[in-house]
Design a protein around this ligand. Structure first.
Ligand code: GTP
Ligand code: MG
Length: 225
């Protein structure tokens, strides 16, 4: 992977914003692989079910500002999930993922949405993502159904393939750009939320200049209890 532009983690590259985004959705829809595609441009077919919570970061440039995306990933399986309130706390964006080849995973989206709305801030930016678009021949969820649902609920919508790297970047960047816009609109309106940094990161790491490159930071934060 290209590593030009990588700078030291000692503050030599300024971060303007840190945005926390959470991934939610049924087990095995591909949340962890979407994250790994976005953060490291990697994909694995034999990915293991997530236990507890993990996060990875990637710094992108939006409107000439450095935005560190801190993406949280937890288990779709109830028994392995992170503590719900802690998971959502401070999230400015959410990706609700289902698998286009599993109707059930789409039918469960309203439940995920309900949980999200119960725990997240009113301004949280949400996108509905139908993953595994490479498996067209096994499709069980018509694009139109999802599009309609997203429209009704006021969510952004995209179909992605973590395997083929289709639209994954777009899905994350849609959320991050909208958070960026919302944050700036709020600062303009309120006049005092400039340089808002809603999430503080313990432990410094390496940052990258430019939106086309990524340096991963992988942290296992807790266990499923
Ligand atoms: P939990 O951690 O249990 O909640 O699951 P998850 O949503 O994180 O699913 P994960 O990313 O582990 O992916 C589950 C399986 O689907 C793995 O075998 C992946 O390789 C596969 N997978 C993920 N994304 C895609 C995709 O876009 N296309 C195809 N064909 N397979 C995918
Ligand atoms: Mg996972």
């Amino acid at each position: 992977m290209a590593s030009t532009g990588v700078l030291g983690g000692d503050g030599s590259h300024k971060i303007d914003y840190v945005f926390k985004v959470v991934l939610i959705g049924d087990s095995s829809v591909g949340k962890s692989q979407m994250l790994s595609r976005f953060a490291r441009n990697e994909f694995s077919l034999d990915s293991k079910a997530t236990i507890g919570v993990e996060f990875q970061t990637r710094t992108v440039v939006i409107d000439r500002k450095s935005v560190k995306a801190q993406i949280w990933d937890t288990a779709g399986q109830e028994r392995y999930r992170a503590v719900t309130s802690a998971y959502y706390r401070g999230a400015l964006g959410a990706i609700l993922a289902y698998d286009i080849t599993k109707r059930k995973s789409f039918d469960h989206i309203p439940r995920w949405l309900e949980e999200l709305r119960a725990h997240a801030d009113d301004n949280t930016v949400m996108i509905l993502v139908g993953n595994k678009s490479d498996l067209e021949d096994q499709r069980e969820v018509p694009t139109e159904d999802a599009k309609e649902f997203a429209q009704t609920e006021g969510l952004f919508f995209l179909e992605t393939s973590a395997l083929e790297a289709t639209n994954v970047e777009e899905a994350f960047l849609t959320v991050l750009t909208e958070i960026f816009n919302v944050t700036n609109r709020r600062s303009l309106a309120g006049g005092k939320e400039q340089d808002q940094k809603p999430v503080s990161l313990a432990g410094k790491n390496i940052d990258v200049a430019g939106s086309g490159q990524a340096v991963p930071e992988k942290n296992r934060m807790c266990c499923g209890s």
